[in-house]
Design a protein. Sequence first.
Length: 442
Amino acid sequence: MAHLLFRRYPSGYRTALLVLIVCSLASVSASGKQASPRTPSTAPDTLIVHSMQDVIEAVEVGNRDIMALASIIEASQERSVSAGQLPDPTVMLGGSPFPIHTARGEQILQFRVEQMLPWPGKRELQRELARLDTGMKAENLRQMRSGLVLDALQTVLAIQKTDRMKAEVVDFTDRLMQFESVALSRYETGEGAQQAVWKLQLAIAQQDQMLLQLDAEREMALARLQQLVHRPVSILEGAVVFESSPIPVGSPVDRAEYRALQLAADKAVLSAEMVRLQNRPDFGLSVNWMAIRESDIPASSDGRDALGLGVMFRVPLGKTQQRAREEEARLNLEIQQIGMEGFIASWDAMWSEQLSRYDRLNEQLDHLQNRLLPVASSMLSSSLQGYGSGTTGFLDALDAERSAFELSQKEVDLEIGVEMARWALYRLSGALESPSDNPNLN
């Protein structure tokens, strides 16, 4: 077809037509490339972390374990609504295929209704026990939430630590490369040894290895964070901003564990009262209606229906079992009291230890930044200049470089440690149990 098309026109027209076709194909190809959709680098539901508050909200809203326990609490609340209700009545309907002959006639049908009535106070205790059980589940949810939030925040801090360590490694590598150029110049002029160049090249290669290790640590921390928020996570290097907030005032009564223990102690008291009431009888009412038809067999049968009313008593007779239940209830109450005392003592010790750790880390960081780092910076600049002029040995200059690098790493480690200790104090104070309701974390 194309051959016939070209034969119909002179050579000049054929050339122009060929150029037009080529240009058209090129424009179509370019437009096709521009129209092709760009593959997104992240999933649509990816969490982009810019601050710690983003992580807190993601754990509260997205963690499936928290959502499952919240659903369990909702189910427990529904069950507590029906707790303490009257037992279902018993309804019985009986027929007599072979009529029973009575003095009133032939009994052909019987209808019976029974309703048990628990001892006064049992139903109220059942409702209160159900309410306390729901409250304990709610406190367990707050406790689990605070633990997951702290784990996520510490994971973000670990990622931040790797990012800052990488920056220090890159800066140290740049200084080593400048040092290497000076060593090469001295070696070429015969003033330095070749081993100095080799040592610097080996040190630079070691920094590349450290960067690979830091990348692996960052990937593992990022995977851990994704497990906590149950969605993909993206954190750009250096994107997380620390928002300093005052250290909260801690008290064990503000912890979910303390409130759960308090509810458990209240439940133990009510359980003991419930066990005591188990020794009380329950009442019951019954109504019997019998359909009787007239019969010729008894002389006085008149065929009138009969109605019977009854009162029942359910008396517990198992004294040994009752005494065992009472002793178990007493021991449960004692266990809850001991557990609360132990929690308060443990909390006081943990709070003192964590607060002391926070203060010590701040003191070390202040000493490092105001005393050690200025000296290391001065020593670093003078040693490199001295090595270039030949007044300082190679090992002294290299030692100054490594000392400055180690101090920079120590500074990053201390700053991250201070942040971790601060968030641990928030966890101990109970501020992370419902962080969305805490104004200091918004």
